[in-house]
Design a protein around this ligand. Structure first.
Ligand code: FES
Length: 157
């Protein structure tokens, strides 16, 4: 049986879900990496929710699986270990702080650059974690580092 037609259509096959591990394991480690249809992703387990995204940072290809999770403006973000860019776990938006130099009393305000990191879908079935790659047509900056010569991340980088 092939309910999503992925066996017939190789293009569709790229978007079939792939089992990447066990729920009990990621709940302990709170993150894991996986290769899903030739694309490297990181999966985070944070405050009871799963999030998956391209493993390399949209800015310059930094290893997001080695970053820390922090909250900015009430939004959980992965902070890239290379240049500290902040990426929301839920949407892949790049956050930055802006200030109005003409207003001395103004406090810096958190703003979004828009979606920069490609987010993928995580589902759990019978204790197994599945990732389905995003087929969102929107171009994400992280796509550049998810393909070609950049796509193989070194285990210790
Ligand atoms: Fe991630 Fe520069 S590579 S912040």
């Amino acid at each position: 049986m092939d309910p999503d037609g992925s066996e017939q259509d190789p293009e569709m096959k790229k978007y079939s879900s792939v089992c990447v591990g066990r729920e009990e394991d990621i709940k302990k480690s709170e993150r894991m990496t996986a290769v899903v249809h030739d694309r490297e992703v990181v999966i985070f387990y944070h405050r009871g929710e799963y999030h998956a995204m391209d493993i390399r940072c949209y800015h310059s290809g930094g290893p997001l699986h080695l970053g820390e999770i922090e909250e900015f403006d009430g939004r959980p973000c992965i902070v890239c270990p290379w240049h500290k860019y902040k990426i929301t776990l839920a949407t892949g938006e790049g956050l930055y702080q802006s200030i109005n130099p003409k207003d001395p009393s103004a406090k810096p305000k958190w703003c979004s650059k828009g979606i920069k990191q490609r987010i993928h879908t995580v589902t759990v079935d019978n204790g197994n974690i599945y990732v389905t790659l995003s087929n969102e047509p929107l171009k994400c900056d992280s796509d550049f580092y998810a393909t070609g010569i950049f796509k193989v991340i070194q285990s210790s980088s």
